[in-house]
Design a protein around this ligand. Structure first.
Ligand SMILES: [Zn+2]
Length: 295
């Protein structure tokens, strides 16, 4: 089945869990996922089906949890058999290596400005000479890139101006003239660099992303670089937990079963929602099989 269909199943799983529909509903969905999906990391991540099914491993209904475990194990195998030579991560690595315009990775000198001034920092407050390309359109684009880099940033104005110059000049070289496509690209760079959410500016200012690398990035890549990194880590972690759950299940004598009062409780932990929320601990009483969770 395609990603869209998988996503529909994910939505149905969430609905079934939320509305406490009978286990048969989940079992139906899981069965069609089991036969219909050959897992890739990308599919699991993009559709969030990996996380959805992973959560069901702890479902209170035994048939649901067993089926979910079976599927997670199968997907783990799917992902593993598709290992890497032409995988996307090595491709990215190659791109990175080809970019040899590497200014030092040491962060640029601080500006010496007060935090309050950083919040309104721009080419005007820094009084930099941004009109230096000899062409008004290019100057304006260089100027807005400077503004995007400078806002809230504590690097020296020399460092920021030189970065803005590199970014504009590479873009101009790519488009060869200041046409609509060039302007659109500069606008995209401006918006993404300025955005507080994606941390792109910090990565560019620190030298982690070079102007050359930046010039080849899709806007989706710029916007989500941060978030995707977190998602990937979470997926990996969940996959690992799924694999290890059986053998690495720990038994604690610190936890007390709420049903029978015994202190023989096994538990596993997983990140069930997003990467920046606390882990959830799933407990099973070894004596009476009562299950619960907390985070
Ligand atoms: Zn118990």
């Amino acid at each position: 089945m395609d990603a869209k269909e998988v996503k529909t199943h994910v939505t149905n799983i969430e609905k079934a869990v939320k509305e406490k529909l009978p286990p048969t509903v989940l079992i139906d969905i899981l069965n069609s996922l089991r036969t219909g999906v050959t897992a890739t990391e990308q599919l699991l991540r993009d559709t969030k089906v990996g996380m959805a099914v992973n959560k069901l491993r702890m479902n209170s209904d035994r048939s649901v949890s067993d089926l979910a475990k079976e599927i997670v194990a199968k997907w783990k195998r799917d992902v593993h058999t598709k290992t890497k030579p032409s995988g996307s991560s090595s491709h990215d690595g190659k791109k990175e290596r080809m970019v040899t315009v590497s200014p030092s990775r040491t962060p640029p000198k601080p500006s010496g400005k007060r935090p309050a001034d950083l919040a309104t920092r721009s080419r005007k407050t820094d009084n930099v000479n941004w009109q230096c390309t000899g062409e008004a359109t290019r100057d304006n684009c260089l100027g807005i890139i400077y503004d995007a880099l400078a806002l809230g940033c504590d690097a020296s104005s020399d460092a920021l101006l030189s970065l803005a110059k590199s970014i504009e000049s590479i873009t101009f070289t790519n488009y060869k003239k200041t046409d609509a496509a060039y302007k659109r690209r500069m606008q995209v760079l401006f918006l993404n660099l300025k955005s507080k959410d994606n941390n792109l500016r910090n990565r560019v200012v620190s030298g982690e992303i070079t102007p050359a690398r930046l010039s080849t990035m899709e806007s989706s890549e710029m916007a989500s670089a941060q978030r995707r990194q977190a998602d990937e880590k979470l997926m990996e972690e969940n996959m690992r937990t799924a694999m290890m759950a059986k053998s690495e299940k720990s038994i604690s004598d610190q936890l007390t079963c709420g049903k029978c009062g015994q202190k023989k409780v096994s538990y596993t932990q997983a990140q069930t929602r997003s990467a920046d929320e606390p882990m959830t601990t799933f407990c099973t009483c070894e004596i009476c099989s009562h299950r619960w969770k907390f985070s």
